[in-house]
Structures are given as C-alpha cells and as structure tokens.
Design a protein around this ligand. Structure first.
Ligand code: BGC
Length: 767
C-alpha cells in the first residue's frame, strides 16, 4: 500500500512536471514572440523586476535585488533576467572615457581586466574631427563588447555652462552644435559594434552642487536652443540605445519624472526609439517615473519595485503604463550582445586601443601660444621638466568618469622615448616628492570631486639655475583634477601662488640664458590664463589625454604631430566675466535648491561676442606650427531654398604639414527675437595639408540652422531677412563673410509646449 501510494505520488509529480514543461514551452520567448505577448504573460512582480535593475554591489546605497551581479565585476548596474521568457540580464558600465570595471577578480592577480583610458570628452571635442571621434568610438565599442558589457554609460554631453562644473571634463563643449555632433559621432562608432550607449545626463545637469535635487530654472528657449539641442542632434543622428535622465529638476520637476521631457520632447518631438534609464538612485517617485516614460530605474531597489506593485494594485498606476515601460526594456534587451549570447573574449586589443587613444589625444590638444617658434622642440634637446604633472600625469577626471588603467604614460617617459634628455636632477627631485606623498596619500580607484594632488615641491634658486645652465629648454606642467560630486572653486580656476611664483622663477632663469619656457596645461576644465600667459614662450593645452598622456603630449611638443585642436569653450579673462558666474551654483550657495539660468541663451561665446566682452582665448581658437589662408568663399545661392552650401578653400601657407579647423557662424535675421551676434552652424577639419597644398571644403546649412526657438509659437522659426555667413578660424577671427536672404519667414518645426517655467525669469537680453 505504501509502495502504491508512493508510486501514485510519483506519477502525479511527473504529470505536474510534464504540464509545467509544456506550459514553459508554450511561454512566448524573447526574440520569437512580440514583446507585447511576453508582457501579457508576466506576473506583476515580474514586470516590476524588469523595470528596476538588480541593485548595486557596492556603495552602501541599498540592498542588491534579484540576481547576483557577478558577470562583470565593477560594472555600475545590470538589468534583471527572466529565464522563463528567455530574457537575459544585461550589463551597464561607466563611463565616457573608458570601460570602468574592476581590474582584478576574486583575488586572482594573474589575470587583469584593465581598460583603455581614452582622452576625455573635452579633448575629443577640441579635435573638431567627427571622423576621428567616430573612430575612437569604434575602438571603444570593441572594448565594451569584449569585456562583456551591453551598454556604456556614455557619452556625457551636458553643456559646459560654467567653468567650475566639476564634471566638465566629461562633457564636450559650451556649444550645443559641437556637443551634438561629437556625441553622435562617438555613439555611432560605439554602437557599430552592436553594443549600446546611454547619452547623459538628460538634461541640464550643469553643476555638481546639490546635483541630486537642485531645480534648474530655465526658459523654454534656452532649454531648446542650448541645453536640449545637443541631445536632439545626438538622438536624430545616432539613435543611442538608451538615454540617461539626470538627477536634477528642471523648472521644479525631476527630469526622471518629467513626461514633458521624456515623452513629449524626447519621443514625440525628436522620435527617440530607445529606452530611458534613471541616473543612479535618481529622482524620487518610481510611479511618477513610470508615468513620465523613464523606463528603467537604476541601479534598482526592492522598495521601488514594491511601490510599483502597490500602485498597480491600488489603481494609482495603470498597468498599461507599466507594460509600456516593460516593453521598452525588452526592446532594448533584444539589441544587446547578452541577448545574442555573444561570446566575449575578455581580451580586447589593448595595444591597438592605446595607439588609437594616443592618436586622438594628440589631435585634440590646443596650442594656445607659441612666441618666436618656441615649439616644436628641436631634435635631441635637453629638457628641464618642472611640475609634478610632468612625471605623474592626470589622465582623466574622478568619479564614474575615471578609468582604471594598467599604466599612465608620463611626459618624462614620452620625451625620453623620442630622443630628448630630461634633466636627471629634476627627475630625482620630483619622483622623491611623488613617492613620499603617495605613502601618505595612497591612490584609490574611486574618488569623488577634486582628489588630493601631490603638491609641487619647493624649487630653490640653485635647482632652477642649474637646469637653466645645462638644459636647452624648460617645460612646466600645470595640473587640475575634479569630477563627479563636487564643483571646482574659484581658487582652482586661478593658478595658485606657488604655481605662478614657480613659473615666473623658471622663466626668469631660462630667459636670462636666452632659453625658453613652455607651459603644458594638463587640466580637465577651463582655468584663468590672462594674468600669467605673458610669462612663458609657449602654452600647450593638453587637457586630460587618457593613458597615453605623456606620449601624446610629446608627439605634439616634438612636432611629430602638428597641433590642430581648437577650443570648444571660451577661456574668459577672469571668472567674474563668465555669464553664469553671478547665478552659479544657485541659492543658497552652500546647498543650492534652485539655480536660475538668468543668462538665458547667452552661454559662452554667444555672450562674449554679442556683448563685446573680451576673452583670454575665444571659442574656436587654436594655433598650429603652420599657417593657413582662407579664400574663395562662395554661397550656392543668394537666397535660401531648402538648403544652402558655403564653399571655402583653405591653403597651407606655412612650412610644415598641418590641418585646419574651419568654422561657420551664422548671424541670423533678427525678426522679433533677441539673437546672438553669431552662432556656430557648421565646422570641418581639413585633411593633413602639405605646405602649399589646398583643400576646398563645403559646409551645408539646413532650414533648421536658420531658426531660433520661438516660445510663443512653440516652434523653430526662421525669420525673413538677411543672414550673414561668417567663416572663421575662431569665433573672433572671422576670415570671410557673405550674406544671403530668406524671402519669407518659415516655421520649420512645430513642437510640443513643454517644460515651461512656473516663475518669470529675468533673462539677459542684448537690446
Ligand atoms: C553618475 C552617472 C553614472 C552613474 C553610474 C552616477 O552617480 O552621475 O554618470 O553613470 O553614477 O555609476
């Protein structure tokens, strides 16, 4: 009897298992059934698990939910797997300058997972070379894929509204046109590998001071023309897999809870097809986030999932809204390497990527000054290297934008390898200082805000004089570093007394011997230059160049690469000249809850040029070791129909090969609106031109390029009248100009009324 009973139980169990297997077989599978069919079969709990990530492994922000995140240690986040529907988990990793993952796993020191640190976004933009940036993206994307990552949380593309923003190094420019096309280029490059990007931080995350809840009060016009325009270009020209909403509020609403921003503007106006995720622990109300169209909550917490479940049960969240968010997550997963079961190697070609990183770094460095041909260095010179940065470069900023690398090439090594002789006594002095300081301040992989920098050692007159006697030339590297979590201070914008005194002392000693001083700026954001730039003979802005820093700087200093970078942001004479200086970072200053963008559309050169405020170095500026002539500007028509082409010829009139960045600024017909004196509407870089060689470039203006955002009409409108095309070597160095007319006012694009401020903003006007 007992035996029989057991037998019956076994048979029943087998039957049940059979049914389960049958049911399982019949469940729609991702990739085979439409996502809507899959969502129909999900439990509420499963849906809630998909719209929140699996939690975060470290950081103490909260518990890890669901599956363990073991696959790519150090990655910032994951999405949940649901095996019964064939839905794999996916991996999201920082960041804009390289794959930010743990270099070692599980105590095994024999196998490393170091990544390439690419030059920071600001440097890439200074190349003004979208094909180069796309090429970087192709290499970067390969590394992302080969390390098993599905989406890189990059590029960062907020507008550099104020030089003190601690994260400016991650961003491209003060100008939305440059920002948008640089972002599109890198997204297209990365995504050509079948991996995704997350353009961030959408939008108006232009400061780190109280970034988690500050409300940015911005007019609709400034939003559309300045703060959203770059994202619009990137979405339209590259369709990133994902967009990351920002931490801050815009006009009182968290961006991740704003239906205006994430649905009306992003999807309806711009046609975004991908998925939106929050920034890490961003926003406040998961139900509002679902309603806004913020499809995925990262890194995800059980509390958020429970809130969603409760809201559906109590009727405050329509399950259809939840379903739509789940569908977006599934459509994203369908595009990932994890879904394709891609067998990643964990062995990207780090050598090839380092070479590409070096190439890009050299192309984005900006020669700010070069008196009496101080540069390039003559072959085999003895160089006196001053400044800690000559021995210990800052390859990128801090926070999630930092990359853990196997090495950081120093300028001292770069120059030695190219046949120069760095001064041995100075090397001893600086390396002793660095190793002593490192003992007291060991380096960490994760640092927020401005990190500790090894202080400059004392330089006594004897040391400087000895170098001036025996070396041929002096190079002084100035460093800055900042990042996520904190803004810079005005003291960081200015040089310190020690820095100015030391530069002056070195310059005096070398000049007394008829020798020169070059200053290298190894910085992530704009600094003050006007008060000291007369001291050195040359200044090279090297930015934060990635892991090949010193080699790339040596490439430019030696002349093996002609400097061809130009500024994608203005360098003001003093901090107070910055149009947002009075309003940054908002009120109250120590923990701003609100920041009013009173400068309106007058950000960067739009302000300096329209209001006639002199800069130290203008937007678009940069020197070369050669010279270029601009000639033959022609416009394809005298009046505008659909589009207009401007053609210009650039000739290398100097004695070495070089590339020139050509900029097209448009002065628009004023109509009823206040308009900047010029706005960038096109740019191109020549190929490497030999001395005497010329290239003709064509820049195209579209209907949209003629428009301004008309708030009353919620439309992009081009006003009838005269338009002036200015072709410049910088925003202040206009070489050629011609005008055309627009016969009739055109409404080029009507958009949603969205994100209107709730208060009146006393915005800056030019007249
Ligand atoms: C940063 C994001 C980053 C995320 C994940 C956030 O604190 O703002 O840029 O991608 O963390 O690490």
């Amino acid at each position: 009897m007992k035996v029989l009973q057991l037998h019956r139980v076994t048979i029943a169990a087998l039957l049940l298992m059979g049914q389960a297997a049958f049911a399982q077989q019949k469940l729609p599978q991702l990739g085979q059934a439409p996502v809507s069919e899959i969502v129909k079969q999900m439990t509420l709990e499963e849906k809630a698990s998909l719209i929140a990530g699996t939690g975060m492994r470290f950081g103490g922000h909260g518990p890890v939910v669901g599956e363990a995140d073991g696959r790519v240690p150090g990655a910032a986040g994951n999405t949940m797997s649901l095996t019964r529907f064939g839905i794999p988990g996916t991996v999201l990793s920082d960041g804009p300058a390289g794959v930010r993952i743990d270099p070692f796993r599980g105590g095994d020191s024999t196998k490393s997972f170091y990544a390439t640190a690419w030059p920071v976004g600001t440097l890439l933009a200074s190349s003004w070379d979208t094909s180069l940036v796309k090429k970087v993206g192709v290499g970067f994307g390969n590394e992302i894929r080969e390390y098993g990552v599905d989406v890189i949380l990059a590029p960062g593309m907020n507008i550099q509204r104020n030089p003190l923003n601690g994260r400016n190094f991650e961003y491209f420019s003060e100008d939305p046109y440059v920002t948008g096309f640089m972002a599109a280029a890198i997204v297209n490059g990365i995504q050509s590998n079948g991996v995704g990007t997350s353009i961030k931080h959408f939008a108006a995350n232009n400061q780190e001071s109280n970034r988690n809840s500050v409300s940015a009060i911005i007019s609709e016009r400034a939003l559309r023309e300045i703060y959203l325009r770059g994202f619009e270009i990137a979405v339209r020209h590259a369709q990133p897999y994902t967009v990351m909403s920002s931490y801050n509020k815009i006009n009182g609403t968290y961006t991740s809870e704003s239906n205006d921003l994430l649905t009306k503007i992003l999807r309806d106006d711009w046609g975004f097809k991908g998925m939106v995720m929050t920034d890490w622990f961003g926003g406040h109300d998961p139900v509002a986030q679902m309603k806004a169209g913020n499809n995925l909550l990262e890194p995800g917490t059980p509390k958020q999932q429970q809130a969603i479940i409760d809201a559906v049960k109590n009727g405050t969240l329509d399950v259809k809204v939840l379903d739509q968010n789940v569908e977006r997550v599934l459509l994203y997963i369908l595009k990932t390497p994890s879904f394709r079961k891609y067998q990643y190697s964990d062995k990207p070609d780090l050598k090839a990527h380092a070479a590409l990183s070096r190439e890009a770094a050299a192309q984005g460095m900006v020669l700010l000054k070069n008196e009496n041909a101080a540069l390039p260095l003559s072959k085999g010179q003895k160089v006196a290297l001053f400044g800690v940065g000559s021995y210990k470069p800052v390859i990128g900023g801090t926070g999630s934008g930092a990359v853990v690398v196997a090495y950081k090439a120093a300028l001292e090594e770069g120059l030695s390898q190219m046949g120069y002789t760095p001064d041995g006594s100075l090397k001893t002095l600086y390396t002793a200082q660095i190793s002593a300081d490192l003992k007291a301040h060991p380096e960490k992989n994760m640092v927020l805000g401005s990190p500790h920098l090894v202080p400059e050692p004392d330089l006594n007159a004897d040391a400087i004089n000895a170098a001036a006697n025996q070396d041929d030339i002096a190079i002084f590297t100035i460093r800055r570093n900042a990042g996520e979590g904190a803004d810079r201070k005005v003291a960081d914008f200015n040089l310190s007394d020690v820095e100015t005194t030391q530069i002056k002392a070195v310059a005096d000693a070398f000049h007394a011997k008829g020798k020169k001083l070059v200053v290298v700026l190894n910085i992530g954001g704009v600094i003050e230059t006007a008060s000291w730039r007369d001291i050195p003979d040359a200044i090279l802005l090297a930015w934060q160049p990635g892991l090949e820093a010193g080699n790339a700087i040596a490439d430019v200093l030696s002349g093996s690469v002609d400097p061809s970078g130009k500024l994608a942001q203005s360098f003001p004479v003093k901090y107070e000249d910055v149009p947002s200086a009075k309003y940054f970072p908002g009120t109250p200053a120590d923990h701003p809850t609100e920041v009013v963008y009173q400068e309106g559309i007058y950000v960067g050169y739009r302000y300096y040029n329209t209001f006639g405020v002199k800069t130290a170095y203008p937007f678009g500026y940069g020197l070369s070791y050669t010279k270029f002539a601009y000639s033959g500007l022609t416009l394809s028509a005298a009046s505008f129909h659909n589009k207009l082409e401007a053609t210009v010829t650039i000739t290398n009139t100097g004695s070495v090969a070089g590339k020139e960045v050509v900029q097209l600024y448009l002065k628009a017909s004023r109509g009823g609106l206040d308009k900047p004196s010029e706005e960038l509407k096109g740019f191109a870089k020549t190929r490497l031109l030999k001395p005497g060689e010329a290239q003709t470039l064509t820049l195209t203006l579209t209907e949209r390029d003629l428009t301004s955002f008309n708030t009353d009409a919620s439309a992009w409108i081009a006003d009838a009248g005269k338009y002036e095309v200015k072709i410049g070597a910088s925003s202040e160095d206009i070489k050629l100009a011609k005008s055309f007319t627009l016969a009739k006012t055109m409404t080029v694009e009507k958009v949603h009324k969205a994100l209107a401020p709730q208060v009146a903003i006393d915005e800056l006007k030019s007249k």
